[in-house]
Design a protein around this ligand. Structure first.
Ligand code: ADP
Ligand code: ASP
Ligand code: MG
Length: 814
């Protein structure tokens, strides 16, 4: 004999019930017991209707109407017309009885636990009746048995508990006596000694099935649900979760107690005592083996078997100087919670006994707080113990596995993973059996924490990076294309799964929680919603993904002003925009400080020398204890291009125009030609070398005529270049006369920075700098005479995009 239990989704409508029938009729056992839940969602509707009626809110009637419609519709779709009227009228009369009960609650303005149990029992009463009638119609040899006649309960300390002795006898007698092959019965519902309907708790149909299985010594208990087994984490929250093929009773119990809703926690006890295995299977994928739960321990398997969470948790802490060393405080604390019928989910106590802290269900908070404060009134009034402290909006996450005890470092790994993702841990507990390590965290962090832990413990070190990209012009567009091309390589070789979740330009923005299809990001973006920087930020923050990275490819000050909010929420920032790092020193430092405090890298390698590894190298020099003595550099690809191409056969105007057209200058070329761009770069290098400097401290001896500097738009600027051609030619001639070339040089030494045009003689490292290349010479304590030199293409969309890419990879390896 087997017991098969079908959950709410499995019997939610006619179509699903047909699948159930196929599963039941394909079993070749001589006798099977089929336990069914209410049609999915009906229990919630019934409870809500009872609550509204008790509040004398007549909208309960519309819920009743929904309940009625769902059932009548299901009958009409399942049962042939000839038999429909009998079944419809029976169901209608039950619904009338339900209506009377709700009216009663409405009239007296309250719903007692007894009445509420009676109301909610209609879900399973109706579903089991309809399913049984359908099976009969389909020619199955079945009997419908009212569970209330088999499952009997008592009340102990205000709680409904199963009277196993009576229940076992009733089940055995009935099932052995019935001649039918299939017995259909309702899950969840039972009755008390005096015949009142009772229930076994939310999710209790699993328990009904286990009770029956144990009573009749069934060979197997099958739990048919809407997922293919017990997963490594809730598959609704963790997309990468996988079904666990085999698991022990103890592990399954621990997982279900800590939130794996797929199995109602009390279910395991009755079958464990009899050694009956449980198989969790998917009604919508019956060929899948699902999960088998047995008494066998998994000795060799993975140490961590699953990660679970429990929501709606509150922490209750009792603290005070008078608690230290006084015996009996904990006993009284737990006793008062017990007497108030409050179950404790998690306990932590420091060895100093200065405080005790417990996790309880949020629903119990008011009662618990009052009861504890009353019990310790005397100690509180004399200041020995402080009033109880309550913190709400919390959740517990737990790692579960039989073999965790024989492995070191699991909790270390768990907490460092949470720490890296800025998940604040409020309390921790580890069961003495070491089958469970739990942490209490803020409820908003649950999804992020589950996914980060899942990645750490189950995903073969594949790390997911979630990118939010603002700015898709020259550089941003190239960047997205590079990611699209490299995605597979990164996954296979660097174990990085890089997903772009959000993209915005100045007009529109798009988000896709599964990752935007990068092959056609352009057309998707064109169809996006209206761009809005604060909404973009809000979305990144609300999605709360682990390893979130905001990528700024704009040159906008407004965008750079948002970095602080990203970093302050543990969202990394990668940017080629120089504005933030060359703004006030205080702002630059604050961003760096936020990055440290919130564990969120703030990387801007492309601010200097595009894709060249200049800042990263500088950081490594400093980190390893070197000191920068002098920096000499040509940092403007645009100016280098201009002075490499300018001579007595060209005009300055033409060369600058060409540089602009070929994308070597900023959109406003004056930013390059005036030296501002280079000032920003040397400022950033000076700051990264550990110096406090402002942009105004930098000496800028501009080669531009004052008139060009004073222009306010590109046209006037270019006109002024044309007008002053002779002064540019003069600069050129002087350099030629000295056998030198013109280079725009930035320098930092002894705390002072300067930028300006210089004549570079033959033989100097800068003399042969080609095209738009950059070069940096670092003179340091370790490189005093022969500087460390970094040289190469220092401008252009492709190299800049790859520099941003490199920063993303750095974060991946962080
Ligand atoms: P039923 O109505 O069939 O009893 P439940 O809704 O009670 O189904 O339980 C199945 C649900 O449990 C799944 O849809 C899933 O969302 C949730 N769940 C939570 N944790 C887990 C887990 N670790 N493995 C599988 N399912 C889980
Ligand atoms: N129908 C009940 C509930 O939703 C029992 C169950 O489905 O297991 O809680
Ligand atoms: Mg369930």
């Amino acid at each position: 004999m087997k017991v098969l239990k079908f959950g709410g989704t499995s019997v939610a409508n006619a179509q699903n019930i047909t699948l159930v029938k196929n599963i039941v009729s394909s079993s070749d056992n001589d006798k099977n017991i089929v336990v069914v839940s209410a049609l999915g969602g009906i229990t919630d509707l019934l409870l809500k209707a009872a609550e509204l009626a008790a509040l004398q809110d007549d909208t309960y009637k519309s819920l009743l109407k929904d309940i009625e419609d769902r059932h009548l519709q299901t009958i009409k779709e399942l049962i042939p017309i000839a038999s429909q009227s009998r079944i419809l009228s029976k169901v209608k009369s039950e619904l009338n009885a339900l209506e009377t009960l709700l009216e009663g609650a409405f009239l007296i303005g309250e719903s007692t636990p007894k009445l509420s149990d009676k109301i909610v029992s209609y879900g399973e009463l109706l579903s089991s009746y309809i399913i049984a009638e359908f099976f009969k119609e389909q020619g199955l040899d079945i009997v419908h048995k009212d569970s209330r006649e088999l499952i009997k309960t008592n009340t102990v300390n205000g709680k409904t508990v199963v009277n196993f002795k009576l229940t076992n006898a009733l089940c055995q007698d009935f099932i052995s006596a019935t001649p039918h092959k299939i017995i259909v019965m309702a899950g969840f519902i039972a009755s008390s000694e005096n015949g009142d309907s009772t229930t076994l708790g939310r999710g209790g149909s699993d328990y009904t099935a286990a009770i029956v299985a144990a009573a009749i010594n069934a060979e197997l208990l099958e739990i048919w649900t809407d997922v293919s087994g017990m997963y490594t984490a809730n598959p609704k929250l963790v997309k990468q979760a996988k079904a666990i093929p085999h698991i022990s009773y103890e592990e399954a119990m621990e997982l279900s107690h800590f939130g794996a809703k797929v199995l109602y926690p009390p279910t395991i006890q009755p079958v464990l005592a009899k050694g009956i295995s449980i198989q969790i299977k998917n009604t919508f994928d019956p060929g899948n083996q699902g999960t088998i739960i047995t008494k066998n321990r998994n000795e060799k398997g993975k140490t961590v078997r699953g990660i679970t969470h429990v929501e709606h948790i509150a922490l209750l802490s009792l603290e005070g100087p008078g608690m230290v060393g006084i015996p009996g405080i904990s006993k009284r604390f737990f006793e008062v919670l017990f007497l108030s019928n409050i179950s404790v989910v998690l306990i932590t106590q420091a060895s100093s006994e200065h405080s005790i802290c417990v996790g309880i269900s949020e629903a119990d908070v008011v009662e618990a707080e009052q009861a504890v404060n009353e019990a310790f009134e005397y100690e509180m009034s004399s200041g020995k113990i402080n009033p109880v402290v309550v913190e709400k909006n919390l959740a517990i996450i737990a790692l579960v596995g039989d073999n965790m005890k024989s492995h070191q470092g699991l909790s270390g790994k768990m907490f460092s993973t949470l720490g890296k993702n800025n998940v604040n841990i409020r309390a921790i507990a580890q069961g003495a059996s070491e089958r469970n390590i739990s942490a209490v965290i803020n409820k908003e962090d649950v999804k992020k924490a589950l996914n980060a832990l899942h990645e750490e413990f189950f995903e073969e070190n594949i790390k997911q990076l979630n990118l939010f990209v603002m700015g898709v012009g020259n550089v941003g567009g190239k960047f997205l294309n590079q990611i699209s091309q490299q995605k597979k390589y990164l996954k296979d070789n660097l174990k990085l799964n890089v997903r772009v979740i959000g993209i915005s330009n100045s007009r529109t923005m798009i988000f896709d929680e599964d990752g935007i299809a990068l092959k056609n990001w352009g057309s998707l973006l064109a169809e996006g919603e209206k761009a809005d920087k604060s909404k973009f930020y809000e979305t990144v923050n609300t999605l709360n993904y682990r390893n979130s990275i905001f990528v700024d490819n704009t040159a906008s000050a407004a965008v750079s002003n948002t970095y602080g909010s990203y970093l302050g929420n543990s969202i990394s920032v990668v940017t080629c925009n120089k504005i933030a790092c060359s703004s006030d020193y205080a702002n630059y430092m604050e961003l760096k400080q936020l990055a440290r405090e919130y564990n969120a890298p703030f990387l801007f390698e492309t601010n200097v020398g595009a894709g060249l590894p200049i800042i990263d190298t500088l950081k490594h020099l400093i980190a390893s204890g070197d000191k920068i003595q002098k920096i000499q550099a040509v940092l403007s690809g645009s100016l280098n291009f201009v002075f490499n191409n300018f001579n007595d056969k060209t005009t300055f105007f033409d060369v600058v125009k060409q540089a602009q057209e070929e994308g070597y200058t900023e959109p406003d070329p004056k930013i390059d030609l005036s030296g501002i761009d280079v000032m920003r770069k040397i400022l950033i290098l000076a700051r990264e070398s550990g110096n406090q400097l402002e942009i105004d401290d930098i000496l800028n001896d501009s080669f531009l005529p004052q008139e060009s500097l004073d222009t306010t738009n590109n046209d006037d600027f270019f006109a002024s270049l044309k007008k002053h051609e002779s002064s540019f030619q003069a600069l050129y001639q002087k350099a030629v006369a000295n056998d030198s070339k013109l280079k725009y040089v930035a320098q930092f030494e002894a705390g002072k920075a300067s930028v300006g045009l210089q004549q570079i003689p033959k033989g100097h490292d800068f003399y042969n700098l080609e095209g738009s290349d950059n070069i940096v010479l670092f003179y340091t304590e370790r490189y005093p005479n022969q500087p460390m030199i970094i040289k190469g293409a220092g401008a252009g969309a492709d190299v800049t995009a790859s520099g941003i890419f490199a920063d993303i990879i750095r974060i991946g390896n962080f």
